[in-house]
Design a protein around this ligand. Structure first.
Ligand SMILES: Cc1cc2nc3c(=O)[nH]c(=O)nc-3n(C[C@H](O)[C@H](O)[C@H](O)COP(=O)(O)OP(=O)(O)OC[C@H]3O[C@@H](n4cnc5c(N)ncnc54)[C@H](O)[C@@H]3O)c2cc1C
Length: 396
């Protein structure tokens, strides 16, 4: 990839820079360092995303007629880099922006493309992803939630689990089985489900962080109009995989930015913490560990750039996106472990403890980071994908 910016791209960077300079609320970091939106920050993040939308700094690569800016992934990368430098807040509608929107733009009817994407960008409508079920996670094609045709509607019955943000979502990307007699990858359909439809019940699940960020979702005779099928009946596997590719791309690329922000905060904390009366950043072993993390964070940026090159050539995100996701997971978990090491005995003090470092936010992020190697497809599954589809190894 050529990193030299054109004059227009340079001007775009200046515009982003000066906008961020004046528009990031000073005190937003009171909501914490987490990559994942925390409940107490929902209202603030809704407004922040709406502000980004009004300024034209979200959905840069989406077509203008669907609410985007019609720019390239180079501008997207510039925006992400500037946001990292300025420590900007994340967006709330992560699943909508990272997955639902691009998939609707790729597979939607003209009516669907006019109806959904711009409300995703403005954060008027939040999306969740209804894929996993109690017996279908890594082996997603085994999903059992059923949709049966009844006139112009589909009647949905079944259950999803681990559905992030379902408790605040307006819409769900729903995969359901529409032909139980077809081979398991072939009888699945992708629906756009209005979460307020009668028969949808959301039950929060508590995680080890103490937050309830994901949920169980139950469907009891839920009626979905046929106009809300995305990409054709029984074509849900292909549509659903597109979403997953975008998810891994977003995780590997977008989260690199947040990783960089967290990395800077880690170094800042190491400067403050002392061992034998000296700042921890004077300790040669600690310096090595911090430097290695910084190097790994930077190399993630370039792996992201490789994926961008592919997109610039007009190709869809491919199995290489798995590499970025896997590397991000490893680096982020190591970073959070180092945060605990830096705090030493203080690492045992969690939120609410008077002497907890930074209000116990690092303890939250450390616990939350354990989920990184599961969410968005486990590390083992990413390795299978890389082995089979990138390296061309035989199937496991
Ligand atoms: C924080 C969080 C948020 C999530 N959000 C969502 C969401 O919004 N929407 C959604 O649909 N899902 C979501 N998930 C679910 C997630 O996608 C699944 O947990 C994941 O795909 C794994 O599925 P599983 O939990 O059923 O585990 P399983 O598939 O049962 O796997 C169990 C273990 O076996 C290993 N394994 C399984 N198959 C293989 C294989 N073929 N080769 C090697 N090892 C294998 C796995 O790596 C894992 O270690 C979320 C999960 C987490 C942790």
């Amino acid at each position: 990839m050529d990193f030299t910016l054109t004059r227009e791209q340079d001007a775009f960077r200046d515009r982003v820079r000066s906008w961020l300079e004046t528009n990031i609320p000073e005190d937003w970091t009171r909501f914490g360092l987490s990559e994942v939106p925390r409940p107490e920050a929902y209202d603030f993040l809704r407004k922040w995303q709406a502000k980004l939308f009004d300024a034209g700094f979200i959905g840069l690569t989406w077509p203008k007629e669907y609410g985007g800016q019609g720019l390239t992934f180079v501008e997207e990368m510039i925006l992400h880099q500037e946001m990292a430098l300025r420590k900007a807040p994340p967006v709330l509608n992560v699943l909508g922006v990272g997955m639902a929107g691009p998939t609707i733009i790729a597979y939607g009817t003209e009516e669907q493309k006019k109806r959904y994407p711009s409300k995703i960008l403005s954060c008027e409508e939040i999306w969740c992803q209804g894929y996993s079920e109690p017996n279908a996670g890594s082996d997603l094609a085994s999903l059992q939630t059923r949709a049966v045709k009844d006139g112009e509607h589909w009647i949905v019955n079944g259950q999803k689990v681990w559905t992030s943000l379902a408790h605040i979502a307006d819409w769900m990307m729903l995969l359901a089985r529409t032909d139980p007699d077809a081979p398991k990858h072939k009888g699945i359909t992708y629906f756009l489900l209005d979460m307020k439809t009668p028969g949808v019940t959301v039950k929060p699940l508590k995680q080890m962080t103490g937050d309830s960020e994901f949920n169980e979702v139950f469907f009891d005779n839920v009626r979905v109009h046929e106009s809300r099928v995305l990409g054709g009946v029984n074509n849900g596997w292909a549509v659903g995989l597109t979403t997953l590719m975008y998810e891994r791309l977003a995780l590997g690329f977008g989260l690199q930015v947040r990783l960089r922000i967290t990395m800077d905060q880690l170094v800042e904390m190491a400067r403050r913490m002392e061992k034998n009366g000296r700042s921890l950043t004077k300790d040669p072993i600690m310096r090595q560990k911090l430097a290695q993390l910084w190097i790994d964070t930077e190399s993630l940026k370039y792996t992201g750039a490789r994926a961008v090159t592919k997109l610039l050539k007009g190709e869809l995100p491919g199995p290489e996106a798995s590499t970025g996701k896997m590397m991000w997971v490893e680096t982020h978990q190591r970073l959070q472990e180092l945060a605990m090491e830096i705090q030493g005995p203080y690492s045992q003090l969690t939120r609410g403890g008077k002497a907890a470092v930074d209000g116990g936010l690092w303890q939250y992020s450390f616990l939350r980071s354990r989920a990184n190697s599961i969410e968005g497809g486990t590390t083992e599954i990413q390795k299978n994908i890389i082995g089979e589809r990138v390296l061309g190894l035989p199937k496991g």
